[in-house]
Design a protein around this ligand. Structure first.
Ligand code: BMA
Length: 326
């Protein structure tokens, strides 16, 4: 197998734990999961489906915190080590001169990415139904909101970390106003982060763990072999939806073209904290830190819509696994 390289920055302080001896898995969990409890501050009901990035030698992030009124909100947070987090008890107040844009209904499932000279945040934003909100920040204190990317109904808006073919690229999953019993991943393109078009179909549902709907998770990771896209897949059981996750490799220049995709899930709700909570049986990845020097990847994922977990892999192991038809 060829040597896989992550294209990007080194991150010597990436949170990390070696794979336990004898562990057969390609992705393994942090032994002290969950890393964030449901209520890191008074007034939080649950903290999950959240996004962490490297920030000023340390870490920052945007967190989904549902309140004890069960409002879906997003909050900024900071960490020295990527594992122990301090999350602001006040939700993010987005700034935009047009109240039509910054008016707040709800927000959830954020993603964060550094592009060019700033961090962009995307999230599922309520605007007469769920769509994709977009904002930027440089300090995780002031957040400037941009126009919503799409019309309703849409979820899982995930930006690429750089322009491809001269355009910004965003994955998304058109949906409905409820819990959506369908859903493929699409890609849209923009010259300016405001007008999105040239929509391309990326991937449909398939069998088993990814038979009901799929959605992009963390920011795609650029590698020597293609864009590594970690995505969630949902199956419908007699007791409702089950959320697992896998990965796909997308073409570097035309990222709507799928080179490989998971047959087997990488992580599924097996642990108690993934199976028991406000919504049972959910593992939902929204962020990944990478270290280009070592090839290490640390994935943040929501567990049972209640707490946040961390798991690990390497680009080499994951791509070898996909290439081998797993
Ligand atoms: C999806 C989103 C996610 C959530 C999942 C399971 O539709 O709402 O935030 O984790 O359902 O409830």
């Amino acid at each position: 197998m060829s040597e896989v390289k992550i294209i990007g920055d080194a991150l010597a302080n990436i949170p990390w734990q070696d794979k336990p001896l004898g562990c057969p898995d390609v992705v393994w969990r942090y032994s002290n999961n969950p890393i964030i409890p449901r209520n890191p501050f008074v007034g939080a009901n649950s903290t999950f489906n959240s996004a962490a990035v490297a920030f000023n030698g340390k870490f920052a992030g945007v967190f989904r915190c549902d309140s004890t009124a069960r409002e879906m909100q997003i909050h900024a947070g900071f960490s020295d080590d990527g594992i122990n987090w301090k999350i602001n008890p006040e939700r993010i107040q987005f700034i935009h001169e047009d109240p039509e844009v910054s008016g707040w209904e709800y927000g959830y499932d954020p993603r964060v990415v550094w592009i060019e000279d700033r961090y962009y945040v995307t999230w599922c934003n309520g605007y007469h139904g769920p769509t994709i909100g977009v904002a930027w920040t440089k300090d995780f204190k002031t957040f400037h909101q941009l126009e919503n990317a799409f019309l309703i109904f849409n979820r899982n808006g995930v930006l690429f970390p750089r322009k491809v073919g001269g355009k910004y690229m965003m994955l998304s999953r058109p949906s409905d106003n409820g819990h959506t019993p369908f859903g493929d991943i699409f890609l849209s393109q923009s010259p300016d982060m405001q007008h999105w078009g040239c929509h391309r179909h990326v991937m449909a549902t398939s069998d088993g763990w990814q038979s009901t709907k799929i959605g992009a998770g963390p920011i795609p990771i650029e590698t020597s072999e293609g864009w590594l896209m970690i995505y969630h897949g949902v199956l419908t059981s007699c007791n409702g939806f089950v959320y697992s996750f896998g990965a796909a490799l997308l073409d570097l220049d035309e990222p709507w073209k799928v080179i490989h995709r998971s047959k087997n899930f990488l992580i599924a709700p097996w642990e108690q904290y993934e199976c028991v909570g406000d919504v049972p049986n959910v593992t939902f990845p929204c962020a990944a830190l990478t270290d280009a020097a070592s090839g290490r990847i640390a994935i943040y994922y929501g567990c049972a819509d209640t707490v946040t977990g961390l798991c690990f892999t390497t680009a080499q192991a994951l791509i070898d696994h996909l290439k081998a038809g797993n």
